[in-house]
Design a protein around this ligand. Structure first.
Ligand code: SF4
Length: 261
């Protein structure tokens, strides 16, 4: 004990006498910490995917809460979201439809904009069980080389396509990995997830969970949200399993279909 005290006294004395010697590792440690933070911030800012949910009340009509009042989320504002995501590096824009596609009139201009202005791939995740001829007419007006239709395995056969459509439309499964497994996803740190009300969550798996809410698209620029290390950019291990909420997740799908890009 006494010996230990002497050693510690000696260190203290030396530390005082040769502050530089003991200061150096501390500075190094600090630098390393700063670098680590920088790396983390950099990696958090590399976004590849924009994932948005669409319902009749979502992209079509929109809900923006200003001073307690619900206000319309306009097409122009969604275009801004796409622009911001693209400026952060997003090259995939996936829309999960909780409503018939043809009833979500505004989204088609947004999809076209994503493709023409930013060269983004557009994934149309059909959550319902079928596509109507009207839905298909909207889809076919997009750049089909940059369009993927995403549907659950069981639903794929319910999408009735003509011979020509089978040639030109590419349909991918929205749930490529079995439920209950650890998701083979690139993780939420590479993605911006916007629900139908414009609220940002870490990813679809945790939508609606307050501890994973990252704000609203109108709170501030997406870049600020993505690089804010105080916000959750991960999903807790305890709940990180594939569920139907992962359907259509671009961070997951990209790992299964990258060879088709
Ligand atoms: S929704 Fe599922 S697959 Fe996508 S990032 Fe979250 S946990 Fe991964």
């Amino acid at each position: 004990m006494a010996k230990g005290n002497r050693v510690s006294e000696k260190k203290t004395t030396e530390g005082k006498q040769h502050g530089g010697v003991f200061h150096l590792p501390k500075t190094l440690k600090q630098k390393i910490r700063e670098c680590a933070r920088g790396e983390k911030a950099n990696s958090a800012s590399k976004v590849f995917f924009l994932w948005a949910c669409v319902t009749e009340k979502g992209l079509k009509q929109g809900v923006k809460k200003t001073k307690g009042k619900a206000k319309k989320l306009t097409k122009q504002e969604w275009l801004t979201v796409v622009d911001e995501a693209a400026s952060l590096g997003a090259n995939w824009f996936v829309l999960s439809f909780g409503a018939p596609l043809a009833e979500c009139g505004d989204i088609w201009d947004v999809c076209k904009w994503a493709q023409t202005a930013h060269g983004m791939m557009v994934g149309l995740h059909v959550k319902g069980s079928h596509l109507t001829r009207r839905d298909l007419s909207y889809i076919k007006a997009l750049d089909l080389r940059k369009t993927r239709i995403l549907a659950r395995k069981g639903a794929l056969r319910r999408i009735k396509l003509t011979g020509d459509e089978k040639e030109s439309l590419i349909v991918w499964t929205a749930n490529p990995q079995a439920e209950g497994e650890r998701p083979n996803c690139q993780g939420p740190s590479r993605m911006i997830f916007v629900n139908a009300n414009g609220e940002l969550y870490t990813c679809g798996l945790v939508e609606g969970k307050a501890e994973y809410r990252m704000g609203h698209v109108f709170d501030r620029k997406l870049g600020g949200i993505i690089s804010d290390l105080d916000l959750p950019h991960h999903v807790d291990e305890e709940i990180h399993y594939v569920t139907p909420e992962c359907d259509g997740c671009p961070a997951l799908i990209a790992n299964y279909f990258s060879e088709n890009l």
